[in-house]
Design a protein around this ligand. Sequence first.
Ligand code: NDP
Length: 435
Amino acid sequence: CRRNAGEPEFLQAVQEVLESLEPVVAADPAIEKNGVIERMVEPERMIVFRVSWVDDAGKVQVNRGFRVQFNSAIGPYKGGLRLHPSVNASVIKFLGFEQVFKNSLTGLPMGGGKGGSDFDPKGKSDMEIMRFCQSFMTELCKHIGPNTDVPAGDIGVGAREIGYLFGQYKRLQNEFTGVLTGKGLTYGGSLARTEATGYGLCYFTREMLADLKNESFAGKKVVISGSGNVAIYAAEKATELGGKVIAMSDSAGYVLDESGIDLALMKQVKEVERARITEYAARREGAVYTAGSKNIWNTPCDIALPCATQNELDEEGAKALIQNGVMAVAEGANMPSTPAAIAALQKAGVLFAPAKAANAGGVAVSGLEMSQNSMRYSWTFEEVDSKLEGIMKGIYQSASSAAAQYGHAGNLVMGANIAGFNKVCTAMIAQGVAY
Ligand code: NDP
Protein backbone atom coordinates (compact mmCIF):
# COMPACT_ATOMS: atom_id res chain seq x y z
CA CYS A 1 0.00 0.00 0.00
CA ARG A 2 2.80 2.43 0.98
CA ARG A 3 4.53 2.06 -2.38
CA ASN A 4 1.28 2.94 -4.20
CA ALA A 5 0.04 5.70 -1.88
CA GLY A 6 -2.11 8.23 -3.70
CA GLU A 7 -3.25 5.65 -6.25
CA PRO A 8 -6.81 4.80 -5.13
CA GLU A 9 -8.03 3.27 -8.41
CA PHE A 10 -5.01 0.96 -8.59
CA LEU A 11 -5.42 -0.13 -4.97
CA GLN A 12 -9.14 -0.77 -5.56
CA ALA A 13 -8.43 -3.01 -8.55
CA VAL A 14 -5.66 -4.92 -6.75
CA GLN A 15 -7.72 -5.44 -3.61
CA GLU A 16 -10.59 -7.00 -5.54
CA VAL A 17 -8.29 -9.43 -7.31
CA LEU A 18 -6.30 -10.40 -4.22
CA GLU A 19 -9.44 -11.13 -2.22
CA SER A 20 -10.60 -13.51 -4.95
CA LEU A 21 -7.23 -15.25 -5.06
CA GLU A 22 -7.04 -16.08 -1.34
CA PRO A 23 -8.22 -19.70 -1.74
CA VAL A 24 -5.90 -20.24 -4.72
CA VAL A 25 -2.84 -18.95 -2.87
CA ALA A 26 -3.75 -21.00 0.21
CA ALA A 27 -3.98 -24.18 -1.91
CA ASP A 28 -0.62 -23.82 -3.69
CA PRO A 29 2.53 -22.97 -1.69
CA ALA A 30 4.53 -22.45 -4.91
CA ILE A 31 2.69 -19.15 -5.45
CA GLU A 32 4.03 -17.65 -2.23
CA LYS A 33 7.49 -19.21 -2.57
CA ASN A 34 7.91 -17.70 -6.03
CA GLY A 35 6.66 -14.27 -4.95
CA VAL A 36 4.08 -14.41 -7.72
CA ILE A 37 1.60 -12.02 -6.09
CA GLU A 38 4.30 -9.48 -5.16
CA ARG A 39 5.62 -9.55 -8.71
CA MET A 40 2.17 -9.35 -10.28
CA VAL A 41 1.21 -6.13 -8.49
CA GLU A 42 4.42 -4.36 -9.55
CA PRO A 43 4.52 -3.36 -13.24
CA GLU A 44 7.50 -4.62 -15.21
CA ARG A 45 7.98 -1.07 -16.48
CA MET A 46 6.23 2.33 -16.29
CA ILE A 47 7.15 4.99 -18.83
CA VAL A 48 6.16 8.61 -18.14
CA PHE A 49 6.93 11.33 -20.65
CA ARG A 50 6.31 14.91 -21.70
CA VAL A 51 4.08 15.46 -24.72
CA SER A 52 4.41 18.98 -26.11
CA TRP A 53 2.38 20.04 -29.13
CA VAL A 54 1.29 23.24 -30.85
CA ASP A 55 -2.37 24.32 -30.73
CA ASP A 56 -4.24 26.13 -33.54
CA ALA A 57 -3.36 29.51 -32.02
CA GLY A 58 0.35 28.66 -32.34
CA LYS A 59 0.83 28.19 -28.60
CA VAL A 60 2.80 25.29 -27.17
CA GLN A 61 0.76 22.99 -24.90
CA VAL A 62 2.19 20.35 -22.58
CA ASN A 63 0.59 17.10 -21.43
CA ARG A 64 1.86 14.02 -19.63
CA GLY A 65 2.05 10.69 -21.46
CA PHE A 66 2.08 7.22 -19.87
CA ARG A 67 2.65 3.61 -20.88
CA VAL A 68 2.62 0.88 -18.28
CA GLN A 69 4.06 -2.45 -19.42
CA PHE A 70 2.56 -4.54 -16.68
CA ASN A 71 3.16 -8.19 -17.42
CA SER A 72 4.67 -10.01 -20.41
CA ALA A 73 4.55 -13.59 -19.06
CA ILE A 74 2.15 -14.89 -21.73
CA GLY A 75 2.75 -12.53 -24.66
CA PRO A 76 3.67 -9.02 -25.79
CA TYR A 77 2.15 -6.23 -23.71
CA LYS A 78 -1.29 -5.37 -25.06
CA GLY A 79 -3.80 -2.73 -23.99
CA GLY A 80 -5.36 0.54 -25.03
CA LEU A 81 -4.42 4.20 -24.90
CA ARG A 82 -6.79 6.59 -23.10
CA LEU A 83 -6.98 10.33 -23.75
CA HIS A 84 -8.96 12.01 -20.98
CA PRO A 85 -8.20 14.77 -18.44
CA SER A 86 -8.66 12.28 -15.56
CA VAL A 87 -5.70 10.14 -16.72
CA ASN A 88 -2.92 9.79 -14.15
CA ALA A 89 -0.53 7.07 -12.93
CA SER A 90 -3.20 5.45 -10.74
CA VAL A 91 -5.76 5.17 -13.55
CA ILE A 92 -3.21 3.80 -16.01
CA LYS A 93 -1.91 1.26 -13.48
CA PHE A 94 -5.39 0.01 -12.56
CA LEU A 95 -6.24 -0.42 -16.23
CA GLY A 96 -2.92 -2.17 -16.96
CA PHE A 97 -3.34 -4.51 -13.99
CA GLU A 98 -6.87 -5.51 -15.03
CA GLN A 99 -5.67 -6.00 -18.60
CA VAL A 100 -3.23 -8.76 -17.53
CA PHE A 101 -6.10 -10.97 -16.32
CA LYS A 102 -8.48 -10.01 -19.09
CA ASN A 103 -5.99 -10.84 -21.82
CA SER A 104 -5.22 -14.15 -20.17
CA LEU A 105 -8.95 -15.00 -20.10
CA THR A 106 -9.24 -14.60 -23.87
CA GLY A 107 -6.96 -17.61 -24.32
CA LEU A 108 -4.82 -15.61 -26.77
CA PRO A 109 -1.07 -14.98 -26.20
CA MET A 110 -1.18 -11.38 -24.95
CA GLY A 111 0.46 -9.79 -21.92
CA GLY A 112 -0.99 -6.70 -20.22
CA GLY A 113 -0.27 -3.00 -20.72
CA LYS A 114 -2.08 0.33 -20.90
CA GLY A 115 -1.27 3.95 -21.65
CA GLY A 116 -2.59 7.37 -22.42
CA SER A 117 -2.42 11.00 -21.51
CA ASP A 118 -4.27 13.71 -19.58
CA PHE A 119 -4.89 15.43 -22.94
CA ASP A 120 -8.57 16.37 -23.39
CA PRO A 121 -9.72 15.72 -26.96
CA LYS A 122 -13.04 17.54 -26.41
CA GLY A 123 -13.28 20.73 -28.45
CA LYS A 124 -9.94 20.15 -30.23
CA SER A 125 -9.69 20.50 -34.00
CA ASP A 126 -8.64 17.59 -36.22
CA MET A 127 -5.24 19.22 -36.72
CA GLU A 128 -4.71 19.64 -32.97
CA ILE A 129 -5.58 15.96 -32.45
CA MET A 130 -3.11 15.02 -35.19
CA ARG A 131 -0.28 17.13 -33.77
CA PHE A 132 -0.88 15.73 -30.29
CA CYS A 133 -0.90 12.12 -31.57
CA GLN A 134 2.29 12.68 -33.56
CA SER A 135 4.10 14.12 -30.57
CA PHE A 136 2.81 11.33 -28.30
CA MET A 137 4.02 8.65 -30.73
CA THR A 138 7.41 10.32 -31.22
CA GLU A 139 8.28 9.21 -27.68
CA LEU A 140 6.08 6.09 -27.44
CA CYS A 141 7.63 4.52 -30.56
CA LYS A 142 10.87 3.91 -28.64
CA HIS A 143 9.08 1.51 -26.33
CA ILE A 144 6.62 -0.45 -28.50
CA GLY A 145 6.74 -2.85 -31.45
CA PRO A 146 4.71 -5.70 -32.98
CA ASN A 147 6.52 -8.26 -30.81
CA THR A 148 7.02 -6.04 -27.75
CA ASP A 149 3.97 -3.95 -27.00
CA VAL A 150 0.90 -3.39 -29.17
CA PRO A 151 -1.34 -0.49 -28.05
CA ALA A 152 -4.97 0.06 -29.13
CA GLY A 153 -7.82 2.52 -28.51
CA ASP A 154 -9.75 3.31 -25.34
CA ILE A 155 -11.65 6.39 -24.12
CA GLY A 156 -10.91 9.27 -26.48
CA VAL A 157 -8.92 7.07 -28.89
CA GLY A 158 -10.87 5.78 -31.87
CA ALA A 159 -10.15 5.17 -35.55
CA ARG A 160 -9.04 8.78 -36.22
CA GLU A 161 -6.45 8.80 -33.43
CA ILE A 162 -5.16 5.30 -34.23
CA GLY A 163 -4.65 6.47 -37.82
CA TYR A 164 -2.53 9.45 -36.77
CA LEU A 165 -0.55 7.34 -34.28
CA PHE A 166 0.08 4.58 -36.84
CA GLY A 167 1.12 7.09 -39.52
CA GLN A 168 3.68 8.65 -37.20
CA TYR A 169 5.06 5.26 -36.08
CA LYS A 170 5.51 4.17 -39.68
CA ARG A 171 7.24 7.43 -40.57
CA LEU A 172 9.65 7.21 -37.64
CA GLN A 173 10.50 3.49 -37.88
CA ASN A 174 10.17 3.11 -41.63
CA GLU A 175 8.26 -0.13 -41.27
CA PHE A 176 4.68 -1.24 -41.86
CA THR A 177 3.84 -3.60 -39.01
CA GLY A 178 0.94 -4.52 -36.78
CA VAL A 179 2.19 -2.25 -33.99
CA LEU A 180 -1.28 -0.92 -33.16
CA THR A 181 -4.72 -2.48 -33.30
CA GLY A 182 -8.02 -0.80 -34.09
CA LYS A 183 -6.52 0.33 -37.40
CA GLY A 184 -8.64 1.40 -40.38
CA LEU A 185 -9.71 -1.33 -42.77
CA THR A 186 -7.56 0.07 -45.60
CA TYR A 187 -4.31 -0.35 -43.66
CA GLY A 188 -4.46 -3.58 -41.69
CA GLY A 189 -7.47 -3.21 -39.41
CA SER A 190 -9.77 -6.12 -38.62
CA LEU A 191 -13.42 -6.25 -39.55
CA ALA A 192 -15.62 -6.34 -36.42
CA ARG A 193 -13.02 -4.63 -34.18
CA THR A 194 -15.25 -1.56 -33.85
CA GLU A 195 -18.17 -3.72 -32.74
CA ALA A 196 -16.17 -6.23 -30.70
CA THR A 197 -16.35 -4.94 -27.11
CA GLY A 198 -20.07 -4.15 -27.21
CA TYR A 199 -20.98 -7.32 -29.11
CA GLY A 200 -18.77 -9.44 -26.84
CA LEU A 201 -20.40 -7.94 -23.76
CA CYS A 202 -23.82 -9.05 -25.02
CA TYR A 203 -22.55 -12.54 -25.98
CA PHE A 204 -21.18 -12.93 -22.44
CA THR A 205 -24.39 -11.60 -20.86
CA ARG A 206 -26.45 -13.97 -22.99
CA GLU A 207 -24.42 -16.95 -21.71
CA MET A 208 -24.77 -15.80 -18.10
CA LEU A 209 -28.53 -15.23 -18.38
CA ALA A 210 -29.09 -18.62 -19.99
CA ASP A 211 -26.84 -20.56 -17.60
CA LEU A 212 -27.80 -18.97 -14.29
CA LYS A 213 -31.41 -17.88 -14.84
CA ASN A 214 -32.62 -19.71 -17.93
CA GLU A 215 -33.31 -16.28 -19.38
CA SER A 216 -32.42 -14.23 -22.47
CA PHE A 217 -32.41 -10.66 -23.82
CA ALA A 218 -35.78 -11.22 -25.50
CA GLY A 219 -38.33 -8.65 -24.38
CA LYS A 220 -36.02 -7.19 -21.70
CA LYS A 221 -35.60 -3.47 -20.98
CA VAL A 222 -31.92 -2.56 -21.19
CA VAL A 223 -30.18 0.55 -19.80
CA ILE A 224 -26.70 1.37 -21.10
CA SER A 225 -24.50 4.14 -19.71
CA GLY A 226 -22.16 5.97 -22.07
CA SER A 227 -22.64 6.58 -25.77
CA GLY A 228 -19.15 5.86 -27.03
CA ASN A 229 -17.73 2.89 -28.88
CA VAL A 230 -18.60 0.22 -26.30
CA ALA A 231 -22.07 1.58 -25.48
CA ILE A 232 -23.21 1.99 -29.09
CA TYR A 233 -22.30 -1.55 -30.17
CA ALA A 234 -23.64 -3.05 -26.94
CA ALA A 235 -26.92 -1.31 -27.79
CA GLU A 236 -26.79 -2.68 -31.33
CA LYS A 237 -26.26 -6.31 -30.25
CA ALA A 238 -28.70 -6.13 -27.30
CA THR A 239 -31.35 -4.92 -29.74
CA GLU A 240 -30.48 -7.67 -32.23
CA LEU A 241 -30.87 -10.25 -29.44
CA GLY A 242 -34.40 -9.03 -28.74
CA GLY A 243 -33.81 -6.49 -25.96
CA LYS A 244 -35.13 -2.92 -25.95
CA VAL A 245 -32.52 -0.27 -25.08
CA ILE A 246 -34.38 2.56 -23.37
CA ALA A 247 -31.64 4.82 -21.97
CA MET A 248 -28.08 5.93 -22.79
CA SER A 249 -25.84 8.71 -21.43
CA ASP A 250 -22.74 10.86 -21.74
CA SER A 251 -20.73 12.49 -18.98
CA ALA A 252 -23.27 15.31 -18.59
CA GLY A 253 -26.61 13.48 -18.50
CA TYR A 254 -28.79 10.75 -19.95
CA VAL A 255 -31.58 10.33 -22.43
CA LEU A 256 -34.65 8.19 -21.79
CA ASP A 257 -36.34 6.90 -24.92
CA GLU A 258 -39.10 4.51 -23.94
CA SER A 259 -39.84 3.55 -27.53
CA GLY A 260 -36.30 2.15 -27.88
CA ILE A 261 -33.10 4.03 -28.80
CA ASP A 262 -32.90 4.91 -32.51
CA LEU A 263 -29.41 3.56 -33.21
CA ALA A 264 -29.02 5.19 -36.60
CA LEU A 265 -29.66 8.60 -35.04
CA MET A 266 -27.37 7.84 -32.07
CA LYS A 267 -24.53 6.86 -34.44
CA GLN A 268 -25.09 9.99 -36.54
CA VAL A 269 -24.92 12.24 -33.46
CA LYS A 270 -22.03 10.52 -31.65
CA GLU A 271 -19.88 8.95 -34.38
CA VAL A 272 -20.36 11.33 -37.29
CA GLU A 273 -21.07 14.70 -35.66
CA ARG A 274 -19.19 14.02 -32.39
CA ALA A 275 -22.02 15.96 -30.69
CA ARG A 276 -23.55 15.65 -27.20
CA ILE A 277 -26.40 13.33 -26.29
CA THR A 278 -28.66 16.38 -25.80
CA GLU A 279 -28.58 16.60 -29.60
CA TYR A 280 -30.12 13.10 -29.82
CA ALA A 281 -32.88 14.13 -27.39
CA ALA A 282 -33.57 17.30 -29.36
CA ARG A 283 -34.08 15.41 -32.62
CA ARG A 284 -36.01 12.38 -31.36
CA GLU A 285 -39.68 12.68 -30.58
CA GLY A 286 -40.62 11.39 -27.16
CA ALA A 287 -37.00 11.25 -25.86
CA VAL A 288 -36.39 12.99 -22.54
CA TYR A 289 -33.01 14.37 -21.42
CA THR A 290 -32.06 14.57 -17.73
CA ALA A 291 -28.88 16.25 -16.47
CA GLY A 292 -26.53 14.19 -14.25
CA SER A 293 -25.19 10.99 -15.79
CA LYS A 294 -25.54 8.90 -12.60
CA ASN A 295 -29.31 9.46 -12.62
CA ILE A 296 -29.52 6.91 -15.42
CA TRP A 297 -29.53 4.13 -12.79
CA ASN A 298 -32.93 5.31 -11.53
CA THR A 299 -34.46 4.04 -14.78
CA PRO A 300 -36.39 0.79 -14.18
CA CYS A 301 -34.86 -1.98 -16.32
CA ASP A 302 -34.16 -5.73 -16.46
CA ILE A 303 -30.54 -5.52 -17.64
CA ALA A 304 -28.03 -2.74 -16.92
CA LEU A 305 -24.80 -2.40 -18.91
CA PRO A 306 -22.44 0.26 -17.50
CA CYS A 307 -20.28 1.19 -20.51
CA ALA A 308 -18.84 4.64 -19.71
CA THR A 309 -16.03 4.81 -17.14
CA GLN A 310 -14.66 3.68 -13.77
CA ASN A 311 -16.76 3.98 -10.60
CA GLU A 312 -19.81 5.33 -12.46
CA LEU A 313 -22.16 2.87 -10.71
CA ASP A 314 -22.00 3.43 -6.95
CA GLU A 315 -23.93 1.87 -4.07
CA GLU A 316 -26.79 4.34 -4.45
CA GLY A 317 -27.12 3.50 -8.15
CA ALA A 318 -26.97 -0.22 -7.42
CA LYS A 319 -29.70 0.07 -4.78
CA ALA A 320 -31.94 1.97 -7.21
CA LEU A 321 -31.44 -0.77 -9.80
CA ILE A 322 -32.21 -3.49 -7.23
CA GLN A 323 -35.33 -1.70 -6.03
CA ASN A 324 -36.55 -1.52 -9.61
CA GLY A 325 -36.07 -5.26 -10.06
CA VAL A 326 -32.92 -5.46 -12.21
CA MET A 327 -32.03 -9.05 -13.15
CA ALA A 328 -28.45 -8.67 -14.42
CA VAL A 329 -25.62 -6.12 -14.48
CA ALA A 330 -22.75 -6.67 -16.92
CA GLU A 331 -19.76 -4.33 -17.07
CA GLY A 332 -18.78 -2.97 -20.49
CA ALA A 333 -16.50 -0.27 -19.09
CA ASN A 334 -13.45 -1.04 -16.96
CA MET A 335 -14.25 -1.14 -13.21
CA PRO A 336 -17.47 0.86 -13.60
CA SER A 337 -18.97 -0.50 -10.36
CA THR A 338 -17.63 0.47 -6.94
CA PRO A 339 -16.90 -2.39 -4.49
CA ALA A 340 -19.98 -1.37 -2.45
CA ALA A 341 -22.15 -1.51 -5.58
CA ILE A 342 -20.91 -5.01 -6.44
CA ALA A 343 -21.50 -6.21 -2.88
CA ALA A 344 -25.06 -4.84 -2.90
CA LEU A 345 -25.88 -6.42 -6.27
CA GLN A 346 -24.45 -9.81 -5.31
CA LYS A 347 -26.23 -9.77 -1.95
CA ALA A 348 -29.53 -9.07 -3.71
CA GLY A 349 -28.98 -12.05 -6.03
CA VAL A 350 -28.54 -9.92 -9.16
CA LEU A 351 -26.40 -11.65 -11.82
CA PHE A 352 -23.11 -9.76 -12.09
CA ALA A 353 -20.61 -9.98 -14.94
CA PRO A 354 -17.24 -8.33 -14.15
CA ALA A 355 -15.45 -6.20 -16.74
CA LYS A 356 -12.35 -8.28 -17.15
CA ALA A 357 -14.45 -11.15 -18.44
CA ALA A 358 -17.45 -9.37 -19.95
CA ASN A 359 -15.61 -6.66 -21.92
CA ALA A 360 -12.71 -8.84 -23.12
CA GLY A 361 -14.20 -9.02 -26.63
CA GLY A 362 -12.39 -5.87 -27.73
CA VAL A 363 -8.93 -7.06 -26.88
CA ALA A 364 -9.79 -10.54 -28.17
CA VAL A 365 -10.49 -9.13 -31.63
CA SER A 366 -7.38 -6.98 -31.30
CA GLY A 367 -5.53 -10.27 -30.80
CA LEU A 368 -7.21 -11.56 -33.96
CA GLU A 369 -6.12 -8.36 -35.76
CA MET A 370 -2.52 -9.17 -34.75
CA SER A 371 -2.90 -12.69 -36.16
CA GLN A 372 -4.29 -11.35 -39.44
CA ASN A 373 -1.44 -8.81 -39.68
CA SER A 374 1.16 -11.55 -39.09
CA MET A 375 -0.44 -13.69 -41.81
CA ARG A 376 -0.90 -10.64 -44.08
CA TYR A 377 -4.46 -11.81 -44.59
CA SER A 378 -7.98 -10.66 -43.60
CA TRP A 379 -10.91 -12.64 -42.35
CA THR A 380 -14.50 -11.70 -43.21
CA PHE A 381 -16.77 -9.95 -40.70
CA GLU A 382 -18.64 -13.22 -40.14
CA GLU A 383 -15.42 -15.15 -39.50
CA VAL A 384 -14.19 -12.64 -36.90
CA ASP A 385 -17.62 -12.31 -35.28
CA SER A 386 -17.99 -16.06 -34.96
CA LYS A 387 -14.50 -16.37 -33.42
CA LEU A 388 -15.45 -13.56 -31.01
CA GLU A 389 -18.62 -15.40 -30.03
CA GLY A 390 -16.62 -18.57 -29.40
CA ILE A 391 -14.07 -16.70 -27.29
CA MET A 392 -16.78 -15.04 -25.15
CA LYS A 393 -18.45 -18.41 -24.56
CA GLY A 394 -15.05 -19.82 -23.57
CA ILE A 395 -14.44 -16.97 -21.13
CA TYR A 396 -17.82 -17.54 -19.54
CA GLN A 397 -17.08 -21.26 -19.17
CA SER A 398 -13.62 -20.64 -17.64
CA ALA A 399 -14.91 -18.08 -15.14
CA SER A 400 -17.93 -20.15 -14.23
CA SER A 401 -15.99 -23.38 -13.69
CA ALA A 402 -13.17 -21.67 -11.73
CA ALA A 403 -15.79 -20.18 -9.38
CA ALA A 404 -17.45 -23.57 -8.93
CA GLN A 405 -14.08 -25.31 -8.35
CA TYR A 406 -13.41 -23.06 -5.34
CA GLY A 407 -16.93 -23.44 -3.91
CA HIS A 408 -18.36 -20.13 -5.14
CA ALA A 409 -20.57 -21.26 -8.03
CA GLY A 410 -22.13 -18.30 -9.84
CA ASN A 411 -19.62 -15.76 -8.46
CA LEU A 412 -18.12 -14.62 -11.75
CA VAL A 413 -15.95 -11.94 -10.07
CA MET A 414 -14.02 -14.66 -8.27
CA GLY A 415 -14.14 -17.00 -11.22
CA ALA A 416 -12.74 -14.46 -13.70
CA ASN A 417 -9.95 -13.39 -11.37
CA ILE A 418 -8.92 -16.98 -10.66
CA ALA A 419 -9.12 -18.21 -14.25
CA GLY A 420 -7.19 -15.17 -15.53
CA PHE A 421 -4.56 -15.56 -12.81
CA ASN A 422 -3.82 -19.27 -13.24
CA LYS A 423 -2.30 -19.09 -16.72
CA VAL A 424 -0.15 -16.03 -15.96
CA CYS A 425 1.02 -17.54 -12.66
CA THR A 426 2.06 -20.81 -14.29
CA ALA A 427 3.95 -18.95 -17.03
CA MET A 428 5.72 -16.70 -14.51
CA ILE A 429 6.91 -19.61 -12.40
CA ALA A 430 8.06 -21.52 -15.50
CA GLN A 431 10.12 -18.55 -16.70
CA GLY A 432 11.97 -18.07 -13.41
CA VAL A 433 12.54 -14.84 -11.56
CA ALA A 434 13.32 -12.73 -14.60
CA TYR A 435 11.76 -9.59 -13.19
P1 NDP B 1 -15.42 6.37 -25.79
O1 NDP B 1 -14.47 7.50 -25.66
O2 NDP B 1 -15.83 5.92 -27.15
O3 NDP B 1 -16.76 6.70 -24.97
C1 NDP B 1 -16.75 6.98 -23.61
C2 NDP B 1 -18.17 7.27 -23.17
O4 NDP B 1 -18.21 7.35 -21.74
C3 NDP B 1 -18.69 8.59 -23.68
O5 NDP B 1 -20.06 8.51 -23.86
C4 NDP B 1 -18.35 9.53 -22.52
O6 NDP B 1 -19.14 10.70 -22.48
C5 NDP B 1 -18.66 8.65 -21.34
N1 NDP B 1 -17.92 9.10 -20.15
C6 NDP B 1 -16.60 9.36 -20.02
N2 NDP B 1 -16.31 9.79 -18.79
C7 NDP B 1 -17.47 9.77 -18.12
C8 NDP B 1 -17.83 10.10 -16.79
N3 NDP B 1 -16.93 10.55 -15.89
N4 NDP B 1 -19.14 9.95 -16.44
C9 NDP B 1 -20.05 9.48 -17.33
N5 NDP B 1 -19.76 9.19 -18.60
C10 NDP B 1 -18.49 9.32 -18.98
O7 NDP B 1 -14.78 5.16 -24.96
P2 NDP B 1 -15.08 3.60 -25.08
O8 NDP B 1 -16.51 3.37 -25.37
O9 NDP B 1 -14.04 3.02 -25.93
O10 NDP B 1 -14.75 3.13 -23.58
C11 NDP B 1 -15.74 3.10 -22.55
C12 NDP B 1 -15.26 2.19 -21.43
O11 NDP B 1 -15.07 0.86 -21.95
C13 NDP B 1 -13.94 2.57 -20.78
O12 NDP B 1 -13.97 2.20 -19.42
C14 NDP B 1 -12.93 1.69 -21.51
O13 NDP B 1 -11.76 1.47 -20.75
C15 NDP B 1 -13.74 0.43 -21.65
N6 NDP B 1 -13.29 -0.50 -22.69
C16 NDP B 1 -13.21 -0.11 -24.00
C17 NDP B 1 -12.82 -1.01 -24.96
C18 NDP B 1 -12.84 -0.67 -26.41
O14 NDP B 1 -12.67 -1.59 -27.23
N7 NDP B 1 -13.09 0.55 -26.80
C19 NDP B 1 -12.38 -2.37 -24.61
C20 NDP B 1 -12.58 -2.72 -23.22
C21 NDP B 1 -12.98 -1.78 -22.32
P3 NDP B 1 -18.51 12.13 -22.90
O15 NDP B 1 -18.51 12.11 -24.40
O16 NDP B 1 -19.43 13.12 -22.30
O17 NDP B 1 -17.12 12.19 -22.32
